[in-house]
Design a protein around this ligand. Structure first.
Ligand SMILES: C[S@@+](CC[C@H](N)C(=O)[O-])C[C@H]1O[C@@H](n2cnc3c(N)ncnc32)[C@H](O)[C@@H]1O
Length: 549
């Protein structure tokens, strides 16, 4: 039999089409950026991240998230600790703030392209959380398995989004899914996530233990382990074997230690199977589980109330998530100072919660509610005027700030003869920054050397100019760069052979960058018109051009 390698995969129309994205630069609009006047909680001297402090270095990006994620790639690859996204669920009902009714194939392609970029942005110990309902959740799971790997799947959390009955459907939908993926192996992520604060739920003192209230777990485990198969004698003299199909919870030596510590509880008046006690105050935290009830994580109604109290006169955003849900996600996955990203920001819940919890954030939103909802909401958070959501629980008083960015237009545009030329809207600094991104250099212009616009290593630099460079100018550049450094010169034209100077690589813009990506493509968003055409198979040809024609 031929050695044919196959893999399990989900297919859809247009899966093989991948956009060749232009790495745009981000342009700040300082008029829309917002900062508190004072630093209110300065980071203590000598303390690093992990200590709560005002966060000013946040980003709100207005635009399509595919181009925006690409724009972030150069600076943020491997740096994001938690990505939370709440994408359009593709339910087929047009929501007020965005068109949610897109075809399944288009939706999968759009999600795939965005998830691949998100994966690159995530840190090794980072995690991705996606809320989704039954319409696409199972397709999304298979898609994520393909992108991240099945061993990176941590959990499908069931979040109770509704507590009231839904009578219109055959079976009312009262939960959403939250898919959780990691970059590291899912089993290893245990060492990176945080435990949840312990509660005193389930603690009591039925045996009047002098050490106070306790709760217990059975002292047995699944399976058969030879050193955990001993006999235990209860205080009433009954000899116990491990329960059927199980072994004891630890070795005999460990059990004897528990006995000496007075931690073993035999229920049923001393005859029952042993349980191990944990006393109140001893637990370091609770392991999160896969069922998140509304009482703990909030529900859609709570989110709507939060939105209405933020914008009482305005129309509230229609599909927000409750702040308590985000607080749970960020408590488990991040620490103060960590970077959180939401590329489907909506009304800005993720940024608001991250801000109040002392995390850094980046949010991307293409809808006009970026201006009508996110900016006013975050201003209230910064000014300490948002009293709702998790404000009291985390004792948020205000502070910090954010910068507002939009995506630069495409670097190249067509002139009236249909030739690609450098976009006239670009100034010299923006051109240099854009070409650094395109060529994989870090934009870092020098204050003293005019030709040092960026670097790729400690000795490899880039210089960008719209001039035509003469042989003399290139000679002068080559002399300044010297023997131990190299320089990529990107210019409109040059008058010499390309290999004249050993330390210079000279290239013409736009000619050399033309094939690098798709130019002038501004809209990769959820538009049905973007759906690729279904390939015409022989069967379909008969249908289309058959006898009826
Ligand atoms: C369900 S809402 C998110 C709600 C958010 N979790 C909240 O609490 O307010 C999804 C958001 O994604 C935005 N969106 C959809 N496609 C986008 C795209 N291509 N780029 C950026 N944002 C997009 C929509 O405009 C919408 O605001």
């Amino acid at each position: 039999m031929a050695d044919k390698k196959t893999k399990l995969e989900l297919t859809w129309i247009g899966k093989e089409n991948r956009p060749k994205l232009e790495p745009r630069i981000l342009i700040e609009d300082p008029g829309k950026s917002y900062h508190a006047k004072y630093r209110s909680t300065p980071r203590p001297l000598g303390e690093g991240m992990g200590v709560r402090a005002d966060v000013f270095d946040n980003k709100l990006i207005f635009g399509d998230n595919l181009l925006a994620l690409k724009a972030l790639e150069a600076e943020y690859a491997g740096k994001v600790k938690c990505v939370f996204i709440d994408p359009p669920y593709n339910t087929g009902s047009a929501f007020e703030h965005y068109d949610d009714g897109v075809e399944h194939s288009l939706w999968l392609s759009l999600m795939r392209d965005r998830l691949e970029l998100i994966k690159r942005l995530l840190a090794n110990n980072g995690s991705l959380w996606i809320t989704i309902d039954d319409n696409e959740s199972h397709y999304l799971k298979v898609l994520c398995d393909e992108i991240f790997g099945r061993t990176k799947f941590v959990a499908n959390i069931v979040w109770q989004k509704r507590t009231t009955r839904e009578n219109r459907a055959a079976i009312g939908s009262s939960h959403d899914h939250i898919l959780l993926y990691t970059i590291t192996e899912a089993v290893e992520w245990k060492t990176h996530r945080n435990l949840l604060p312990s509660t005193d739920e389930g603690f009591s003192n039925p045996d009047n233990d002098p050490r106070g209230p306790w709760r217990s777990i059975p002292f047995s485990a699944q399976g058969w382990r030879p050193n955990q198969m001993y006999k235990i004698e209860t205080p009433t003299g009954v000899i116990l074997e491990p329960p059927k199909g199980r072994c004891w919870g630890a070795t005999e030596e460990t059990f004897n230690t528990y006995m000496k510590e007075g931690r073993v509880y035999f229920p049923k008046g001393g005859d029952g199977k042993p349980r191990i006690k944990t006393y109140l105050g001893e637990e370091t935290g609770l392991v999160p589980n896969t069922l998140w009830l509304a009482a703990e994580a909030g529900d859609n109604q709570e989110a709507k109330k939060e939105a209405m109290s933020l914008f009482p006169n305005d129309e509230a955003f229609s599909t927000p998530k409750p702040e308590r849900l985000l607080k749970l996600v960020l408590s488990i996955s991040t620490n103060p100072g960590d970077l959180v990203l939401d590329s489907f920001a909506g009304s800005g819940t993720t940024g608001a919660v991250a801000h109040k919890m002392g995390r850094r954030w980046i949010m991307i939103e293409l809808g006009e509610h970026c201006h009508t909802h996110i900016i006013p909401r975050l201003k209230k958070v910064i000014d300490g005027e948002d009293e709702g959501g998790i404000t009291k629980a985390v004792d948020w008083k205000g502070g910090g700030g954010f910068r507002y960015y939009r995506l630069a237009p495409s670097l190249l545009e067509k002139d009236k003869w249909g030739n690609w030329v450098i976009n006239k809207q670009y100034n010299a600094a923006q051109l240099a920054e854009a070409l650094c991104k395109l060529e994989g250099f870090i934009y870092d212009p020098s204050d003293t050397l005019y030709w040092m616009h960026g670097h790729s290593t400690e000795s490899d630099y880039i210089y960008v100019t719209t001039q035509t460079l003469t042989h003399e100018q290139l000679q002068a550049l080559s002399d300044e760069v010297g023997e131990n450094r190299s320089l990529l010169v990107m210019c409109s034209a040059f008058k010499c052979k390309t290999d004249t100077f050993a330390n210079l690589t000279v290239k013409k813009i736009p000619n050399t960058v033309l094939s690098k990506c798709e130019w002038g493509h501004d809209d990769y968003s959820l538009q049905v018109e973007n759906l690729p055409k279904e390939p015409i198979t022989e069967d379909r040809e008969v249908d289309l051009f058959g006898e009826d024609e």
